[in-house]
Ligand binder design. Structure first.
Ligand code: GRF
Length: 224
C-alpha cells in the first residue's frame, strides 16, 4: 500500500479546522493541553466533542469550563464492548469527527470501531514503544532499570499500544526517581508532543502505508 495522509481533508473546505473527538477517563491533563492549544487563533484543529466513559472524570470539568461539547458514555451501561463501542461510534459520526484522540482513555476499542476510523485514532502512551506497553508503563521502566523513557504518540490498532509509531519524545530517568516523579516528567513531554502531532495530522504531514508512519517534521523535531 502506498503512503497516504491519515486524514484527507475535503478539498472544498481546506481551511476548516479538523474536527477532533477526545476520549478521556480521568484527570485530563492532556485534554487541557489540547484545549490550550486550540485557543490559539491559528489552530488547524478543533475539539468538537469530548467523551468520557467515567461520569466523575475531572476531564469533564475541564471540557465544561472550556465550553466544549461533552458526553458521558459509560461502558457499565452496556452488556458488551461492541454495544458500548457502537455508542461511541454513533456519537463520533453525529459530530462529524475526523480524528479520534485517546487521552488517558482506559478502554480498548473494538475492531468494529477501528474499522470505521482506521488510521484515524491516535493514542499517547507514557513509554518509548514498543517498550513497556499496557498499564503502569513508568513503573515498568523503573523496574527495568532503563536510563531513558518517554512518550509515544501512535496510531491505535487492535493491540495494546502496538500501533504504528507517529512520534516520540524521551526523558532521562534519574537515580532517585520514583514513579510519581517519572509520571510528571513524561507528562510534560506528552503535553507538547500530542498537540504537535495533531497539528501535523491536520496539515496532512503524517502519512502511513498501513504499517509504518512518515512524519514530515521528524528530523526537524529530532535535531531541534
Ligand atoms: C497519560 O499519562 C497518558 O500517557 C496515558 O494516560 C495518562 C492520562 O493522563 N495514556 P491525563 O488524564 O491526560 O492527565
Amino acid at each position: 500500500m502506498a503512503f497516504a495522509p491519515l486524514i484527507l481533508r475535503a478539498p472544498c473546505k481546506p481551511n476548516d479546522p479538523m474536527r477532533v473527538a477526545v476520549f478521556v477517563s480521568g484527570h485530563g491533563s492532556n485534554l487541557q493541553a489540547l484545549i490550550n492549544d486550540t485557543k490559539r487563533s491559528t489552530s488547524p484543529y478543533e475539539i468538537a466533542l469530548v467523551i468520557s466513559n467515567e461520569k466523575d472524570a475531572f476531564a469533564l470539568k475541564r471540557a465544561e469550563h472550556a465550553g466544549l461539547k461533552w458526553k458521558v458514555i459509560s461502558h457499565k451501561d452496556y452488556k458488551s464492548r461492541d454495544e458500548f463501542d457502537a455508542q461511541l461510534l454513533k456519537a463520533c459520526k453525529a459530530a462529524k469527527i475526523e480524528l479520534v484522540v485517546l487521552a488517558g482513555f482506559m478502554r480498548l476499542l473494538s475492531s468494529a470501531f477501528l474499522k470505521e476510523y482506521r488510521n484515524r485514532v491516535v493514542n499517547v502512551h507514557p513509554a518509548l514503544c514498543p517498550s513497556f506497553p499496557g498499564l503502569h508503563a513508568q513503573k515498568q521502566a523503573l523496574a527495568a532499570g532503563v536510563w531513558y523513557s518517554g512518550c509515544t504518540v501512535h496510531i491505535v490498532n487492535e493491540g495494546v499500544d502496538t500501533g504504528a509509531i507517529i512520534a516520540q519524545s524521551s526523558v532521562p530517568i534519574l537515580s532517585d526517581d520514583d514513579e510519581d516523579k517519572l509520571i510528571h516528567r513524561i507528562q510534560a513531554k506528552e503535553h507538547k508532543l500530542f498537540k504537535t502531532v495533531i497539528r501535523a495530522i491536520a496539515k496532512g504531514k503524517v502519512s502511513t502505508d498501513g504499517k509504518t508512519v512518515r512524519f514530515a517534521d521528524r528530523d526537524k523535531m529530532l535535531l531541534a
